[in-house]
Design a protein around this ligand. Structure first.
Ligand code: ARG
Length: 601
């Protein structure tokens, strides 16, 4: 199992200090970490909170701890200042430990046992089969897939679930439009990707409906709302609703059409996922799960979770969650709702997988839904408390404003990947005029997709941000390409060095100056960041840690003092090993983020 060398070093220094504190009558748990103040060394601890227990001024405690810390073989200097203990590490010794660790099998690759023995079900993507995916889905797919990778790297068993919404009135709209206006069009006959074809009919329905609405209400002063019209006298609305009823009644013709169009749409999604490198272990479909949850209504009525109103509707009193009002889980007419279905689906997952964590990656417009859902679930099954998570994420905006799907101002996922590929290809052609076209295409794809993933992951999920296509594939700044570039450069450095004499002792002192020390620090901190990303559901910590490795390496690489080719052999070996180690960690970071490394660019 992988070791976290940094954590080991820190705790080996902290342990005897804690021992002394306990002997002197204080609680253990000294927090020794990076100092908040510049110039306070490599590790620091505040001693103020022990003053009471030890009945000594903080400065005296810091001085006492300093004496003990001084004896540690990895500590070079100690200092007690104003009640703070500051330590400087012996970086030559730290380097001597860090390099073989980073290059070894249990090294800094980001695997841990933080979630070992846990089973985690994570639901993501969950698209509707009436239109192709857009930038928002990209964020969802990539967040979910990366979280799954990180949780697996932390030792958990992961089940990746996609809940495809393949039934309902919105699906029927595309079906009606195809039947009316489609003239038998198929993906083959039109050359269109299936999800795009279905999406075109969804838009076509809307156009026809709007035209119908305008025509019927031309000149009228008292118009119904479009929703009221759709659910009332609209011929198109009636046709769509009749289609839904026929579907629910199992009408064979309607089901054949539905299967055909859903098949097209899902095949299209599959192509999008494959290109993104996103996959699932299990697919749920709402056409199968939509009736789940009904039996929970009876159970909840029996145990007092729910209450029946006079009109027969069954509700959950939101007061139980500290909210106002009621949540209907069964309508008076006996039909269920989105929440009811989600209750049933969650229970089915519990029976099927027996999860320790169930994570839903869903946009923040459903925050309230999940708050209520989790509240009801834990009333029904108290053992679920603390096991349900909504990984909520914000909207991705465009430089020219919000993404409004109704106004057609959406960035289609497939088009976006094409555009990023094209942008990257242009840059690659300039930089590598002699490369063969096939490898240029492959590099461009890696850079385009890497740029997309890195950009979408580097923001904490809760944040809303502007997606800047051009910036996402730029080799400067905090981007995927920047990290891929660092990885490629490290590879080239090592290639140019050729075979090194590894029999000599590396000059570890060459790694004690600021720039190599920064690289070592990035290597040491990488596993802890990856672990925290998995445990706290924060993939942005991995983009940061990977970028930090790339940034510190670039600073070293760009400094003439660290030119390797003509360095003296023991120094050259130490620096070369550092480059090898940082390349390995960069490769691990990119792999965790689902970003292809590139060899030349
Ligand atoms: N298909 C839904 C939508 O597009 C999201 C489903 C989220 N998952 C869930 N278990 N409720 O809004």
């Amino acid at each position: 199992m992988a070791t976290d060398l940094y954590a080991e070093i820190v705790s080996s220094i902290a342990a005897p200090l804690d021992g002394w504190l306990v002997e002197s009558g204080a609680e253990p748990g000294l927090s020794l970490g990076p100092p908040t103040r510049e110039g306070a060394g490599d590790l620091a601890a505040a001693c103020h909170r022990y003053a009471k227990a030890l009945r000594k001024p903080p400065q005296a405690i810091a001085a006492g701890l300093a004496e003990i810390a001084r004896a540690h073989p990895l500590v070079a200097e100690v200092e007690a200042v104003a009640g703070f203990l500051n330590l400087r590490l012996d970086w030559a010794r730290v380097a001597e430990k860090t390099i073989p660790w980073a290059l070894g099998d249990d090294g800094a690759l980001g695997r841990s046992s933080a979630l070992a023995g846990q089973k985690v079900v994570i639901e993501y993507s969950s698209p509707n089969t009436n239109k192709p995916q857009h930038l928002g889905h990209c964020r969802n797919n990539i967040l979910g897939h990366t979280m799954a990778t990180l949780i697996e790297a932390a030792g958990a068993e992961v089940v990746r679930v996609n809940l495809i919404n393949d039934r309902g009135i919105h699906i029927c709209k595309s079906m009606v439009a195809w039947r009316r206006f489609g003239a038998g069009a198929t993906p083959e006959s039109t050359g269109m990707k299936g999800d795009h074809l279905v999406g075109a009919f969804y838009v076509r329905f809307d156009q026809a409906f709007n035209a119908e609405y305008e025509e019927v209400h031309a000149g009228a002063t008292d118009r119904p709302s479009k929703d009221a019209w759709f659910n009332g006298d609209s011929p198109l609305g009636q046709e769509a609703r009749a289609m839904l009823r026929a579907w629910e009644a199992g009408d064979e013709e309607v089901h054949a059409l539905w299967r055909m169009m859903n098949g097209w749409c899902e095949a299209g999604f599959q192509a999008t996922y494959a290109r993104m490198g996103v996959r699932f272990d299990h697919i749920d479909r709402e056409s199968v799960t939509w009736k789940l949850g009904r039996e929970l209504v009876d159970e909840g009525l029996a145990n007092g979770t729910f209450r029946r109103l006079d009109d027969g509707a069954v509700v959950f009193d939101l007061e139980k969650l500290g909210l106002e009002g009621q949540k209907v889980v069964l309508r008076g007419d006996g039909t269920t709702l989105y929440t009811t279905q989600d209750l049933g689906t969650a229970m089915q997952r519990l029976d099927r997988f027996g999860f320790d964590q169930l994570i839903y990656v869903v946009g923040n417009e459903q925050d309230r839904h999940f708050q209520v859902l989790f509240g009801i679930l834990t009333h029904l099954r108290p053992a679920l408390a603390g096991r349900l998570f909504h990984l909520s994420y914000g909207m991705v905006e465009l430089p020219d404003g919000r993404m409004k799907s109704r106004e057609g101002n959406v960035v289609d996922a497939d088009d976006l990947m094409d555009e990023l590929h094209a942008g990257a290809l242009e840059v690659c052609r300039e930089n590598l005029p002699d490369a063969d076209p096939g490898s240029l295409e492959a590099t461009a794809e890696a850079i385009g997709l890497g740029g997309l993933k890195f950009f979408l992951l580097r923001y904490a999920p809760a944040t809303t941000f502007v997606f800047d296509k051009e910036r996402s594939i730029r080799p400067e700044g905090e981007t995927g390409v920047y990290c891929q570039y660092a990885y490629a450069r490290a590879g080239r450095v090592l290639e140019r060095l050729g075979d090194l004499d590894r029999g000599i002792t590396p000059d570890w002192a060459a790694l004690t100056e600021e720039k190599p020390r920064a690289v070592l620090t990035a290597l040491l901190q990488f596993p802890g960041e990856v672990r925290m990303a998995a445990v706290e559901h924060k993939p942005s910590l991995v983009t940061k840690a990977t970028f930090e490795a790339a940034r510190t390496f670039a600073a070293l690489y760009n400094d003439a003092d660290y030119r390797l080719l003509d360095a003296e052999p023991a120094r050259q070996l130490a620096l070369a090993l550092l480059v090898e180690a940082v390349r390995r960690v960069l490769g691990a970071g990119l792999a965790l983020l689902g970003i292809q490394p590139v060899e030349a660019m």
